[in-house]
Design a protein around this ligand. Structure first.
Ligand SMILES: O=P(O)(O)OC[C@H]1O[C@@H](O)[C@H](O)[C@@H](O)[C@@H]1O
Length: 325
């Protein structure tokens, strides 16, 4: 019988939670040395949680995942490895996210697709591309159901592996809420160290798309750092287009992007991508460098490219709200 650790952690950042609600504070997959943690036995395959619409299950290669199901028929999968949302199915059954065909679920590399975290480095930079948060196990510390909408909160803290690259103590809390036609996240990074630190970060969202028909609206006028034509020598510029398409290789950072963009995925969906405090955006399509799948997705990433400076005890928070009409 597999063992699942139940955490009694109770203090969370300010997370919006209207009433009525049902709250459960839960488990993590890796043991912690904390007096507030107790261990219970659970079945290995799947576990219905007391929270409606939140189910703990085995995903690909038996990796643990949480399945969120809303009362109106939308569904999302969140893998604890990387804290990555791998699937967001809206009520018509369409999955608006994309997993690359070369994705592996064996922890040998981050899961390629869905909504991976880039933290504490967007990159390039001194550590591995996009940091370490996408290749560590996150813990579930809370779940609730608000009027039929399931929510979980994941946590990542520093450990030996993260400290080998970035020697700071931190706590990341990631709240994921599924509603009928939307998927919302709130990321809160807290400096739990005694010294200041700085980081950059992004939600590297892979959207399913028909690349030739896909376009993004809302970035006109932004300053750009364009990795096309030469990723090693990005060019600064300004976006002049109302509507950005993906006719070839696209890899561009948009500074001070607006708090709402629209993605037409070329498959019949227009996705609103709203944010607070994700000040920048990134568009990416690898074109022929990923011949097997570039036609099937575009990445539209909410990002914080310039370093966030965080003093001890302080928290940086940003939200992303994806929705369809
Ligand atoms: O690590 P992944 O998922 O393969 O994504 C890599 C790409 O991620 C994008 O965010 C960067 O703008 C690209 O430069 C980079 O190539």
């Amino acid at each position: 019988m597999a063992m699942v650790t139940v955490s009694m952690l109770v203090s969370l950042p300010t997370l919006t939670s209207p009433n009525p609600r049902r709250v459960n504070r839960f488990w993590q997959t890796t043991p912690k040395t904390s007096s507030s943690v107790m261990t219970v036995a659970s079945g290995p395959a799947s576990k219905e949680l007391a929270t409606a619409g939140v189910k703990f299950a085995e995903g690909e290669e038996k990796l643990p995942k949480v399945v969120l199901t809303s009362a109106c028929g939308s569904e999302a999968d969140v893998y604890l490895y990387g804290g990555v949302i791998t699937s967001w199915k809206v009520p018509n059954g369409r999955d608006l996210l994309f997993i690359r065909p070369d994705a592996v679920f064996n922890k040998k590399k981050p899961i390629s697709g869905g909504v991976p975290h880039c933290f504490p480095q967007f990159g390039p930079g001194p550590m591995q591309q996009h940091g370490f948060a996408r290749n560590l196990d996150w813990s579930v510390i809370d779940s609730e159901n608000v009027q039929g909408d399931p929510t979980i909160t994941l946590e990542l803290k520093d450990g030996e592996y993260s400290r080998s690259m970035w020697n700071f103590s931190f706590q990341a809390l990631y709240k994921v809420t599924l509603q009928t036609k939307s998927l919302s996240t709130e990321l809160a990074i807290k400096n739990t160290d005694s010294k200041p630190f700085s980081f950059s970060t992004a939600l590297h969202t892979y959207f399913r798309a028909a690349v030739q028909g896909a376009s993004v609206n809302g970035l006109k006028g932004c300053k750009t750092i364009n990795k096309d034509p030469d990723p090693k020598n990005p060019l600064e510029g300004k976006e002049e287009r109302d509507v950005i398409t993906f006719p070839g290789f696209v890899d561009c950072v948009y500074l001070d992007a607006p708090n709402e963009l629209h993605l037409d995925n070329g498959l019949g969906d227009v996705i609103s991508i709203k944010n607070t405090n994700w000040t920048d955006a990134v568009l990416w399509n690898p074109y022929l460098t990923m011949e097997a799948c570039y036609k099937d997705f575009v990445c539209v990433e909410n990002a914080k490219i310039g370093n966030v400076q965080l003093e001890p005890g302080k928290t940086w928070t940003a939200t992303q709200h994806l929705s369809i009409n």
